[in-house]
Design a protein. Sequence first.
Lengths: 750, 136
Amino acid sequence: MDESWGPKYDGRQVLAWYDLAKWEANGKVGNPTTSAWSAPKHDYEDFFETGVSYTNNVAISKVYDNSAFRISYTNMSLGGYLPNSSLYKNVFNVSGNIMSPDKKLNVFTSVNFYNNRAKGRQDTGYGDNNIMAKFTQWGQRQLDVEELKDMYRYPEGTQATWNRNSADDPTPAYHNNMYWSRYMNYQNDTRNRIYGNVGASYQILPQLKAQYKVNLDFFVDKQYERNAVGSQEQSRYKEISRQQYEINHELMLMYKQDFSDFSLSANAGMNIMKNNFEYVYGETQGGLAIPEFYNLANSMMQAAAYNHRREKSINSLFADITVGWKNMLYLEGTVRGDKSSTLPKGNNTYVYPSITASWLFSELFRGKAGWLSFGKLRVGFAQVGNDTDPYQLYNTYTQYTNIDPTTPGYRLPDTMQNPNLKPERTSSWEIGLEMNFLNNRLGFDFTYYSTNTKDEILPLSVSGATGYFYKYVNSGEIGNKGIEIGVHATPIKARSFEWSTHLTLAHNKNKVKSLAEGVDYYRIASAPFQVEIGAKVGEEYGVIMGTNYVYDENGNKLVDENGLYIASDGNEVIGHIFPDFTGGWSNAFRFHNFDLNVQLDFSKDGKYHSTTWLYGRYCGMFEETAANNVRETGIISEGYTLEGKPNTQVVSARDYYENIYTGPAAQNLLKSDYIKLREVSIGYTFKLKNEWFVKGLRLSAYGRNLAVWGPDTKHFDPEMIVTGSGNIQGIEGGVTPMVSTYGFTVNLKF
Amino acid sequence: MKKHLKYTLVGWLCLAAAACENQESMNIDPNAASSVPSNMVMNAAEKWTVDNIYDVWFSGRQCLVYTQQWSQRSYTEEDRYQIRETINNRYFKHLYMALNNFQRVINLNTDKTTKSANSAYGANCNQIAAAMIMKV
């Protein structure tokens, strides 16, 4: 039993899992105790801890006549808000430069080193150890987290869980104890990353400079995953190692000169990029032999090893030129040509230009119209070419299970490769107007853009009759149009008090104009049970496909003879994932040495499908399944019967909410609208005398994610779904709740 | 001045030379074999076919349920003849994929460039015949 449709909390005595577990742990002496059937003293919210993080930073810099030098070190430690989680970071940075005595030659470098250590990252999605899925999807509401914590292991080391197979079999049926998941089945990882550059520049002429720079970005990732012996799933140990380096050599000539009314700057250069990625992992097979010994050698059967390598290079030539006239008219043109290793010969070189014109018309009124402090009009056209990931051109074989040990099996892969791929192309138009008035006290910035992406390289699904599932193709065309408006104002500006405010609004609409020939739908991702996210010709990019309600001609939902909503036969477009409107509004106040900042964000007209909303109600986990006495009085589905009469049939709450899964998927669609109090910060700056050792002192406090208004249901913060890790936009499934953070900062300047 | 231009030019040439490293050979997948002997393809094709017929879905949750030898306890869609669209599509896709693999065995034994190499695993005509039987 992993649902929560039990009787009313009436205090009757029941034999709970905790009673049984305690009795078993004590050697089954006498009879197990019983406990009252009542709401838990420690509900799921007590599972979460308060995470505390500390950040320290030291930086020293010094500038000499012909050289400069800077060192900084940051360390951060974070105790997570989930039990048994932590994160540590160390960041080193060294940068500096040396110049020749005539200052023509400059040699410079900057090196950053990151070191990360994390433990107990949250499992996401429909995974076995995603504790959120146990709290909100499949679970029971009378469970007390203190009891779960107290007894997640029997004295002999095996698991004790609320979801046991039977009264005389304490092994887990479907779900691990949440504390077992956190303390026994945790993962940890480390990451070491180094990136930086070394370069030299030489001033050949006062107007001409040459520069060579090499950038390196290198990281090594290690990841260790465990599933302990005695878990619901098979015990397992997995070790992953990833390594990547990307090196860029860049050579550039830079020219800059002014002629009376005209200014000219031009650059020409080349870049060589090489990227190399390696991925190796080993995994035990058939479970672990010795409990709590995490080594690949501890595998029941021979452990499996896998490796993957990827290499890619792009060689480019580029140039740009900017011509200015009287600091008023500017014309900028760029051109870039790339040659990529991932595209077939003949199609692997792509050249793309851009041109922008801008007119600072406020220069015309300089000194004449005092109310206009700044005015600029710009028009631009740009094109960008893009390659793809390596190894999509030539067909290969995939290894398959052997029948006999001497003949390995090889089969054709799921995705048909394509030796005729072309580069992707994006063209965009943009027009913008920026104006400031009254000494910049009031101003706005307006932009309209339209972009068009063609030939995007996608593995489109093809008819099974081709013998493949997917094929890499240059797909059709996706258009994107939108406006962005920013308004800022400083209504009050006095010596002791200042108020400034800033509002931004963005509206965006996109449309899938065509995919490939004969293809009108492309699946981007699918949720574990009900819906898919896809691109459909004629619709916005990012549609939610699922079964819908069935409506009569007046737009009323239809209800079947059992009083439950009827689902459409096949998948239909039931929503769009991207919001039409997003924006933010920030306000800053200053009163003497105090300052206060308040920031609000909002999003409108996006939708998402929630697997938690589905199972949370199916399993009776959410408040809605018991509120207003629905469990006693039942529910009437609002709608019309097939005979055309209003539905009056009362169904039990459980039948109603079970139809959430079997009925239309549209029932689990939620709006992602929200208004959010993103951040409030308050600070005090001490005015210190210049001759003192400490020259500046500032104390400030902040709070982030303080409140959300307007979501469809109080159970989720829609923003978490839109940006949450492990979830594709538009699909929710057991997300970790959004956290509010509060912080305090001390800044000292010497 | 001239000297500096010369150095710059040399620098450019060095970079250009480094860039001319063969980009095409870089795009050959090191993670998967591009040519495989016909017996290994035959082997996998047979196993694939059988795996996808005697699997939990096609056999277990559909055929055995329809012939009333099995029934399901927790997810009972198939028992109620509510066929899941994606699963049903998958059956056909898997079988088509098997056909494609058998066809590949035939091609490997027909194509002039691969025919003689693959005769090491059995006479070409016998391999073709076996693959054709499996296709049916």
